[in-house]
Structure formats: structure tokens, C-alpha cells
Design a binder for this molecule. Structure first.
Ligand SMILES: Cc1ncc(COP(=O)(O)O)c(C=O)c1O
Length: 235
């Protein structure tokens, strides 16, 4: 996920993309690139002009398989994705797909067609909304949890936060008792190495995010080592 990675929000530079592709070529590995977040570039035009926009991986290597989902830039309820690869591979994938499933939901496809027909306007509105929400979340964190170190993501849907203690699992359980459902950083690793990190999405309205940060601050104070999740989630 080189473009506004989930969970970190990172945008990988062209030279690092080339390095990954070279390593993959050396080991005979096909690279699958997930571009689900590529349209959620939240940088201003000036920021984009200053830092540049990296080349798509497929532009660097024609063997790359690129895929994406409408669920991230538009709405999680629209279950339509896409794959781009060389013609032979696409034909093979089409055969596999037809064996398991004749077609995606027609309603979802019609919604996607409508969204495409809007050109960039829909995406521009979505990016404006996400910028406001991201900034509200970062401002609330700076005020209420200044000891945490959130990233300032250039795009995507979440910020990756470094906590001042390796306790994201305890926090997740405490937050649940305050009615806030979050995913601990450790969920994104196959070991406990990310216990000090937390993914915080900014997909909710700004006022809800501000309230959630207040609850997280209380949960962080009250977290108990070794705590378990509440049996039911308070509303
Ligand atoms: C990088 C990435 N790709 C794809 C998906 C899932 O896409 P879909 O909603 O189409 O199943 C996710 C979900 O979080 C994701 O993080």
C-alpha cells in the first residue's frame, strides 16, 4: 500500500518503490499494489508541487498487479473494486471470478458509474471533508493528549499515533468501556512490536472526533494493565 498506507498514512517515494520492485524481481515475486487510498491525497496543491507525487508502481514495472476499491475514496458500503494487470493475467482472473461469482452487485456498480460520472467533484468534496476531520482530530489530540505523537498524514483515512507507553491493547479495552471502538496498533503486526502505536481514523464528523478524543484521554488515564474488553459496548 504505497499511497497513503493503512495504517500509517505514509506515501512511499519513487526510489523506495523502485527498490521494492528490484528486490521482488530478484526473488521472482509478483508485486500486488493496493491503490485503494490513492485518490485521498489531502495535500494542498502547493504541498504537492513542493514534494512531488511519486510514480505509480505499475509505471515502474509492467508486471505489477494494481488493485483498488471504491470503498475507501467514496463509501465503505459500495462493494466495487478494480484490478489492472497484463491482459493474460486479467483473462485468468476473470475466469476464476466467474467460477465463484457471476457478478458484483448491480446497484453498487450503478452507484460507482454515477460517482465516475461526477468526474473529480465528488472526490474533491470528500477530500475537503477529510481534511477538516483530520485537522480537528489532530487539534483535539494536541490539546487533550499532548504526550502522544500523531503523524500528520498527507492522505488516506487515518493517523498513526505513537503513544507515550506501550499499552495500546489496554487502551483499546478501556476505550471500549467509554463507548469508543479503536483498533490497537498491535493488530497490524504479527508480534507485539506495535504495542506503542494506535491507528486513529478520521472518518467521522469533526464534533464526534473531538468527543472521542476526550473519552480516549479519560480511558488512557484509567487504563488498567491486563484489562479485558467489556462484555457489552456502552452506547
Ligand atoms: C489497503 C486496503 N485495501 C483494501 C481494503 C478493503 O477494501 P474493501 O472495502 O473493498 O474490501 C482495506 C480495508 O481496510 C485496506 O486497508
Amino acid at each position: 500500500v504505497p499511497d497513503f498506507n493503512n495504517p500509517t498514512g505514509a506515501l512511499i517515494a519513487t526510489d523506495q518503490r523502485s527498490a521494492v520492485l528490484q528486490a521482488a524481481r530478484r526473488s521472482g515475486t509478483r508485486v500486488v499494489v493496493d491503490e485503494s487510498f490513492i485518490d485521498l491525497d489531502l495535500r494542498t496543491e502547493a504541498e504537492q508541487a513542493a514534494a512531488g507525487t511519486p510514480n505509480p508502481m505499475a509505471a515502474l514495472d509492467s508486471h505489477v498487479l494494481s488493485l483498488g476499491s471504491v470503498s475507501k475514496p467514496i463509501w465503505g458500503g459500495v462493494r466495487v473494486g478494480w484490478v489492472r494487470a497484463d491482459e493474460d493475467l486479467i483473462n485468468q482472473l476473470a475466469v476464476v471470478r466467474a467460477r465463484s461469482d457471476m457478478s458484483g452487485s448491480v446497484l453498487d456498480q450503478l452507484l460507482t458509474l454515477h460517482a465516475l460520472g461526477e468526474g473529480g467533484a465528488l472526490l474533491a468534496r470528500r477530500r475537503d471533508q477529510l481534511r477538516l476531520q483530520r485537522d480537528a482530530l489532530l487539534a483535539a489530540l494536541a490539546e487533550q493528549l499532548p504526550q502522544w505523537q500523531p503523524g500528520n498524514p498527507a492522505g488516506g483515512l487515518s493517523t498513526w499515533v505513537r503513544l507515550d507507553a506501550a499499552a495500546c491493547t489496554e487502551l483499546t479495552h478501556a476505550a471500549q468501556r467509554h463507548g469508543v471502538l479503536i483498533t490497537p496498533g498491535s493488530r497490524f503486526a504479527n508480534s507485539s512490536s506495535l504495542e506503542r502505536y494506535l491507528r486513529l481514523p478520521y472518518t467521522l464528523p469533526a464534533e464526534v472526533l473531538v468527543e472521542a478524543v476526550g473519552r480516549l484521554a479519560r480511558a488512557w488515564q484509567q487504563r488498567a494493565p491486563g484489562s479485558r474488553p467489556a462484555a457489552s459496548i456502552p452506547t
